[in-house]
Design a protein around this ligand. Structure first.
Ligand code: PLP
Length: 438
């Protein structure tokens, strides 16, 4: 019988395959699993919604053109967090009318000149503040259906910094500003077609559902023309074996029951929208690093890898825990937290000059060694759960490290390069040497 050389239960990419990819493209390296991305999109497409649904992939989770194309071909729509993200998606071939832009940004005249033709092509704009409302009505005369992001009042995320709904998070129009917003909407004769809330990333599913009620109440009381209920993203994905992912199917069903009850009460059929980023991408990506050195301070044993915070900033940013896999230089799996018992504690570091450049930190930013097995220099340490908020967020040029290459393992096992590794020229190309002024 073939021995199982996979790293986890959800991906079919074997340890040996990752080792080959690492050899071919050099570490550090991001590697993505096409089959898993497609499977996640399919699961979302299969959610049934009697009055219609739109699944928007949150572009900021991973904005690589090759990834966007897979998700586009799977039939999903998109959620953008900045105007440049919209333009980047357009560059990747995404149709503008599939994108909803929800941003904290406000735009000057130049910005509106960029926005106007995009709105004409069907870009949907989700207004998030009173100023954004004012700017919009001053710049746009066409009767485009509008979208409003409202502040939930109460949010939930995996950490405070990923909670986007409490008083310390300024996303969306706060309900204390609702009367002013309604006044502006009436004066400018705007039509609000969509109400949007996003309570945070990876938070409490019960609170996520509670906000369906909050939104429905607001729609009933204040937005007679609204036809779309957007519940945001934030559906939790489980990266570590002990974590529990959000049951998207169940959450969607529960939300639908509320939409159905709303219809019974009001005769209004609402389209349901969700905006998952992590849930689609997190487990579809790996960070491949090579162990360069093994050291000890007596108190702790360290694996020094050729990628750390420059590959995955999330541990340092909020103590996020990622599965760490060890693969022998010959492609044999040495350790997976899903299947193997470890026997030795390690602190796993990158090679930035920063003691916080560690993959083994807790939410307080303290070192929390991980139980692994004893590897050798030259073995691979592979960071799992890195398809979302990996390359899009990492401190990639710190210490003048080069942003890694990014590679896709296709369903048929072929590998394709989606992004070349940076070179020294990329680091320096926008710099102006002082000598030029002399
Ligand atoms: C970040 C974000 C998302 C996606 O969040 P995930 O936790 O990755 O699902 C969706 N909608 C908005 C408005 C966001 O800011």
């Amino acid at each position: 019988m073939e021995t199982n050389n996979n790293l986890n239960p959800f991906s079919k990419i074997t340890a040996d395959k990752l080792k080959c990819v690492g050899e071919q493209y050099q570490t550090p390296l991001y590697v993505y699993d096409e089959a898993l991305i497609k499977q996640r999109c399919k699961e979302l497409n299969n959610l049934s919604a009697p009055y219609g649904k739109v699944i928007r992939y949150a572009l900021k989770a991973n904005t690589l053109a090759g990834i966007l194309r897979i998700i586009d071909q799977a039939g999903l729509s998109f959620e953008a967090s900045s105007l440049l993200e919209v333009l980047r998606a357009q560059h990747a071939g995404i149709a503008i009318n599939k994108i909803l832009l929800t941003s904290q940004e406000t735009y000057d005249r130049e910005g509106w000149q960029v926005l106007k033709p995009l709105l004409k092509q069907g870009l949907q704009l989700n207004l998030c503040s009173l100023k954004q409302l004012d700017d919009y009505s001053q710049n746009i005369q066409e009767p485009y259906p509008l979208s409003l992001r409202l502040h939930p009042g109460q949010g939930s995320g995996e950490s405070a910094s990923r909670n986007t709904g409490d008083a310390y998070a300024c996303f969306g129009i706060h309900q204390r500003d609702l009367p002013a917003a309604l006044q502006k909407i009436e004066t400018a004769k705007l039509t609000v077609a969509r109400i949007h809330m996003h309570i945070g990333s990876g938070g409490n599913p019960k609170l996520w559902l509670k906000h369906v009620d909050t939104q429905l109440k607001l729609i009933q009381e204040h937005f007679p023309a609204a036809t779309i209920l957007n519940l945001g993203g934030g559906l939790k994905e489980a990266r570590m074996p002990e974590e529990k992912a959000a049951d998207v199917h169940e959450l969607f069903q529960e939300a639908l029951k509320k939409v159905e009850a709303f219809y019974q009460k009001t005769g209004r059929q609402l389209i349901l929208e969700i905006e998952p980023g992590s849930w689609i991408m997190a487990n579809s990506g790996y960070g491949l690093t090579k162990i360069m050195d093994i050291k000890s301070t007596g108190a702790y044993d360290f694996l020094v890898c050729d990628g750390g915070m420059d590959l995955n900033l999330r541990p340092l940013l909020y103590g996020a825990r990622h599965p760490l896999y060890l693969v022998r230089a010959n492609g044999e799996r040495l350790f997976s937290p899903f299947w193997d018992a470890g026997d030795r504690d390690y602190v796993v570091n990158g090679c930035c000059c920063e003691s916080g450049d560690s993959q083994t930190l807790n939410a307080l930013g303290e070192i929390e060694p991980r139980r692994l097995k004893q590897p050798e220099v030259g073995d691979y340490c592979i960071i799992g759960g890195l398809g979302a908020y990996g390359s899009s967020m990492a401190a990639s040029n710190y210490n003048s490290h080069l942003a890694p290459a990014e590679v896709l393992v296709k369903e048929n096992g072929e590998t394709v390069l989606l992004k070349r590794r940076q070179n020294l020229n990329h680091l320096c190309q926008n710099e102006i040497l002082y000598d030029e002024f002399l």
